[in-house]
Design a protein around this ligand. Structure first.
Ligand code: PPS
Length: 510
C-alpha cells in the first residue's frame, strides 16, 4: 500500500483501532500550526536526533535553523500501545479538548521524556474538517492568507493586546512609510498578557479596524514554550513570515529579523496636546506631551469602570474592553479561604456569604469544604492526589461561577501551593477576580479548639495524614489577605474581609 511512501492513505480500521490522546493546550497550539503549515518546513513533532541537534546548534539535524523544540509528550502507558515498526500500529489519533479527533500522528520514534511520559515524534495529518470554535472563520492557513494578499510589502502586526491609539498610530506610520498592506495576527490559543479571553481580544482588535489602513486580520495560536521568550519571539517571526509578512512591527525587544523578514522597532509615540496627533516623543515639548497609558493604568480604568479617555483609545475599542472586563464591582469573583482545619475559615466564609447575600449585589455560591466533599467531591479521600482533585474541582466550579458574574466563596483546607495556583489560574482564564485569604490561625490554636476532635484522634494515631500533624500545609506566599482568628471575634474577622473587598473595589465600599 501507499503507506510507506507518502504515508497518508490511512485505512479506516487503522484509525478506528488507534489510541486517542488529547495533548495539552500548548501542544495543541503547536499541532494547529503544524497542520496549517505555519511551521513549514516542519511537518510533525520532532524526534530525538533533531532535539539534540537543536540544543547544540539551534538547527535541526538537516541544518535548518529552527528556534524551539516542537514536541509532544504522552503518558508512558499510551506510548506502549504504539509499535513504530508496524505502520498499522503506530498511528496515534490526536483529539481536541472536547475529545474530537483533529489529527493523526504517524509515530516514527518514541523516546524517553519524563518519569511517566514519553516523547512521540512523527508527521501529522489533519483529520476531520478543522474543527469549530468562536471566530473559526478567521483561523486561516498561511496558504489561504497569502493567496488573498496583494503583491508588494506586507506589514505584520502581532496583536496580543488590544490596539489603542498609540499602537494604531505606529501601525499607520509604518504602513504609510512602507506603502504596505497590513496583516494583523491575533493570537487566540490562551488568554493574552492582559488576561483577555481570546474572543474578547479578537473583538477588541476588530473594533479598531476602521482606524487601520487596509488590512487582513487572522486569528491563530501562538504557543509559549517553557518560558523561553526569545525563542518564542523568533518562532513568531517565522510564523509571520509563513503568512507572507515582509516587515514585522516588533511587539517586544527580543524580536529579531530572520527568515527573509525585517523586524521594525517602532518609535515611541506620545499624544501632542496642541493638535491631537500622535508623534515621536522628542518632537513634542514636554508640557504638551501625554504618554500612552501603561497597562496598569488601563487596568485601573477598567477595574473602576471609568471610560478609557478618547485621546488614548478609540471609543469602539474602549466599549469592547469595558464589556470584556467589567468594573470589579460587577465582575465575577472567587474568594478562596485556605487554612488548617479549625482555623476559622468555614465560619468566616459563611459570614462573608451571608453579608454579601444581604446586599443582593451579586449571586453568591458557598463552596464549603464539607459540603463539597459530600457532593462535588464525593468519594475522594485525603491522599495528596485526592486533595489535588478536590481543589481543582472547587477551583473549576468557582471560576465558572465567576465567568458568569457571580461570587464564589470557597473554604477548603487547600494545603498545596500548586493546587491553589491552579484555582487562581482557572479564575483568571474565566476573566474573574481571585482573592486568596490565608486564615493563618496557628496549629496550637486550631488544636486547642479541636471542634471535631480530629486533632486528638490524629495525635493518638487513630487517623493518618491529618493536615498540620502528619500531612503538610504549604503556607501561601501569594495571599491577598492573611487573617489570624486567634484573638478575633467572628464579626471582626468577617469585617476584615469585607473591608478588603470594599477598598479594592470588588464590592461597594463600607
Ligand atoms: S483538602 O485538603 O482541602 O482537600 O481538605 P477539605 O476538602 O477542606 O476537607 C477538610 C475537612 O475534612 C476533615 N478531615 C480532614 N482534614 C485534614 N486532614 C485529614 N486527614 C482529614 N480527614 C478529615 C476535616 O474536618 C476538614 O474540615 P475543616 O472544616 O477544615 O475542619
Amino acid at each position: 500500500n501507499g503507506w510507506a511512501v507518502d504515508g497518508w492513505a490511512l485505512p479506516d480500521e487503522v484509525l478506528r483501532d488507534a489510541p486517542t490522546y488529547t495533548p495539552k493546550p500548548s501542544e495543541l497550539a503547536d499541532l494547529e500550526l503544524l497542520l496549517s503549515d505555519a511551521y513549514a518546513p516542519l511537518t510533525g513533532f520532532l524526534g530525538s536526533t533533531d532535539l539534540i541537534a537543536l540544543r547544540r546548534t539551534g538547527r535541526l539535524a538537516d541544518g535548518t535553523a529552527w528556534p524551539v523544540p516542537v514536541t509532544l509528550e504522552v503518558p508512558r502507558n499510551l506510548a506502549d500501545q504504539l509499535d513504530v515498526s508496524n505502520p498499522l500500529r503506530r498511528v496515534l489519533v490526536l483529539a481536541d479538548l472536547e475529545g474530537a479527533p483533529i489529527a493523526a500522528l504517524d509515530t516514527t520514534e518514541i523516546y524517553p521524556a519524563r518519569k511517566t511520559t514519553a516523547g512521540v515524534a512523527g508527521r501529522v495529518r489533519r483529520l476531520g474538517d478543522g474543527g469549530h470554535g468562536a471566530f473559526r472563520r478567521m483561523r486561516r492557513t498561511p496558504a489561504e492568507v497569502r493567496e488573498t494578499l496583494p503583491t508588494g510589502r506586507i506589514l505584520g502586526v502581532i496583536a496580543d493586546r488590544p490596539l489603542h491609539r498609540p499602537q494604531l498610530a505606529q501601525i499607520a506610520r509604518a504602513a504609510r512609510t512602507l506603502a504596505a498592506h497590513l496583516l494583523v495576527l491575533v493570537p487566540v490559543d490562551s488568554p493574552g498578557p492582559d488576561g483577555l479571553a481570546p474572543e474578547a481580544l479578537v473583538r477588541c482588535v476588530l473594533a479598531a479596524r476602521d482606524r487601520m489602513p487596509s488590512s487582513t486580520i487572522v486569528a491563530l495560536p501562538l504557543p509559549h514554550h517553557d518560558g523561553d521568550d526569545i525563542r518564542d519571539a523568533m518562532l513568531r517571526t517565522r510564523v509571520a513570515a509563513a503568512y507572507g509578512v515582509t516587515h514585522l512591527l516588533a511587539s517586544s525587544e527580543s524580536m529579531l529579523s530572520g527568515g527573509g523578514l525585517r523586524v521594525l522597532v517602532p518609535r515611541e509615540l506620545a499624544y501632542d496636546g496642541r493638535d491631537g496627533q500622535w508623534r515621536s516623543l522628542d518632537d513634542i515639548p514636554p508640557r504638551h506631551r501625554r504618554l500612552p497609558l501603561t497597562t496598569a493604568e488601563i487596568e485601573d480604568h477598567l477595574d473602576r469602570g471609568t471610560i478609557l479617555p478618547e485621546w488614548h483609545t478609540p471609543p469602539a475599542v474602549a466599549r469592547e474592553l469595558a464589556r470584556a472586563r467589567p468594573p470589579r464591582r460587577q465582575r465575577g469573583l472567587v474568594v478562596f479561604f485556605t487554612g488548617l482545619s479549625g482555623s476559622g475559615k468555614s465560619t468566616m466564609a459563611t459570614g462573608l456569604a451571608d453579608a454579601l447575600q444581604e446586599t443582593g449585589e451579586r449571586t453568591i455560591t458557598l463552596l464549603d469544604g464539607d459540603i463539597v466533599r459530600r457532593h462535588l467531591s464525593a468519594g475522594l479521600g485525603f491522599s495528596a492526589e485526592d486533595r489535588d482533585t478536590n481543589i481543582r474541582r472547587i477551583g473549576w466550579v468557582a471560576a465558572e461561577i465567576g465567568r458568569h458574574g457571580g461570587v464564589a466563596v470557597c473554604c477548603p483546607i487547600a494545603p498545596y501551593r500548586d493546587a491553589r495556583a491552579a484555582a487562581r489560574n482557572f479564575a483568571r482564564n474565566a476573566g474573574a477576580g481571585f482573592v486568596l485569604v490565608h486564615v493563618s490561625t496557628p496549629l496550637e490554636e486550631c488544636e486547642r479548639r479541636d471542634r471535631k476532635g480530629l486533632y486528638a484522634k490524629a495525635r493518638a494515631g487513630l487517623i493518618k495524614g491529618m493536615t498540620g500533624i502528619d500531612d503538610p500545609y504549604e503556607v501561601p506566599l501569594d495571599a491577598e489577605l492573611t487573617i489570624d482568628t486567634t484573638d478575633l471575634s467572628h464579626g471582626e474577622a468577617v469585617t476584615t474581609v469585607l473591608r478588603y473587598l470594599g477598598s479594592n473595589g470588588w464590592i461597594d465600599p463600607r
